[in-house]
Design a protein around this ligand. Structure first.
Ligand SMILES: Nc1ncnc2c1ncn2[C@@H]1O[C@H](COP(=O)(O)OP(=O)(O)OP(=O)(O)O)[C@@H](O)[C@H]1O
Length: 243
C-alpha cells in the first residue's frame, strides 16, 4: 500500500467498524498527509461514508486506532447540506460563532467566505430557498471559513446537475490548491472525498483508495490507479464505471 512519508494529519491503524451484524470496515490502515487529495471510491455499501465518518470522528472504530493531529481543524461536507432557515450569511456566521468568534466578526468573515465561493450577492437570501448547487457552495463557504487543515467531503456533487457539479468541483480544486503535497504547510487544504464520478476523481485526486466490502484493496497515486495494474475487482469497477 502506498503510504506517504510526511507526518500524517490522520492515521488509522487496523480500523474496523461494525453496525450490528454488518462489518462496514475491516482492517483499514490509512495515513492522510498534508496537501493530499484522497479520493475514496468503491461500489455502493463498500464503506466510503463510514470511513469518512471515522476520519472525522463521527463514528468510533470497534477495533483499531485512530490518531489525529489535535492542533488541526477538520470540517466535513455531506451530499445534501443542512441549511438553517436563515440567510446564507447567518448559516456561515453561526458556524464561526459556535467556534467562539464574536457575532459581528463572524458576520464579516461569513461574507468574505461567501465572496470566496462567488455567492456574496445572495448573502442575505434565505439559504433554504437557494438551489442545490448554491447550498453546496454555502456549505463549502461554511467549512472553509473555519480554516480547516482537513476537509472531508461525502459525495459532495452527487445530487447536483452538471453545471452545479462543475462549479462545486472547481471550488474544491481551488480550495485544495495544487495537487502536489504541500511543502512546509502552505495554505492548501488537505482533502478526502468520496465519489462515484471517476472523471471527477481523475480531475481532483492525487491518490485513490478503492474500497471493497469494507477493505481498502487498492491505495495508489491517481495516475497508477487509472493506468497501472489493479486488483481484479477494482479493475472491473473502473471499467464498468467508465465504459
Ligand atoms: N447506521 C448504519 N446502521 C447499519 N448499517 C449501516 C449504517 N451505516 C452504514 N451501514 C452499512 O455499512 C456498510 C457500509 O456503508 P457506507 O454507507 O459506509 O458505504 P458507502 O460506500 O458510502 O455506500 P454508498 O456509495 O451507497 O454511499 C453498508 O453495508 C451499509 O448498509
Amino acid at each position: 500500500m502506498a503510504q506517504p512519508l510526511a507526518h500524517p494529519l490522520i492515521a488509522l491503524q487496523g480500523v474496523a467498524v461494525r453496525y450490528g451484524r454488518v462489518q462496514a470496515l475491516a482492517d483499514i490502515d490509512l495515513h492522510i498527509a498534508p496537501g493530499e487529495r484522497v479520493a475514496l471510491v468503491g461500489a455502493n455499501g463498500s464503506g466510503k461514508s463510514t470511513l469518512l465518518r471515522v476520519l472525522h470522528g463521527l463514528v468510533g472504530p470497534s477495533a483499531g486506532q485512530v490518531r489525529r493531529d489535535a492542533a488541526q481543524r477538520q470540517a466535513m461536507l455531506f451530499q445534501r447540506p443542512h441549511m438553517l432557515r436563515t440567510s446564507a450569511q447567518n448559516n456561515v456566521a453561526l458556524a464561526l460563532w459556535l467556534r467562539g468568534t464574536p457575532w459581528r466578526a463572524a458576520r464579516a468573515e461569513a461574507l468574505a467566505a461567501l465572496r470566496r465561493v462567488g455567492l456574496e450577492a445572495i448573502a442575505l437570501q434565505n439559504a433554504r430557498t437557494l438551489s442545490g448547487g448554491q447550498q453546496q457552495r454555502v456549505a463549502l463557504a461554511r467549512a472553509w471559513a473555519l480554516r480547516p487543515a482537513v476537509l472531508l467531503l461525502d459525495e459532495p456533487t452527487a445530487s447536483l446537475d452538471p453545471h452545479a457539479k462543475r462549479e462545486v468541483e472547481g471550488l474544491m480544486a481551488d480550495l485544495a490548491g495544487p495537487a502536489e503535497p504541500a511543502d512546509g504547510g502552505g495554505p492548501a487544504v488537505t482533502m478526502v472525498f468520496s465519489s462515484h464520478n471517476l472523471g471527477q476523481v481523475k480531475r481532483l485526486a492525487s491518490r485513490v483508495v478503492y474500497l471493497e466490502q469494507g477493505r481498502a484493496v487498492a491505495d495508489l497515486p491517481v495516475h497508477d490507479f487509472f493506468n497501472g495494474p489493479l486488483p481484479e475487482a477494482a479493475r472491473l469497477f473502473v471499467k464498468g464505471e467508465i465504459g
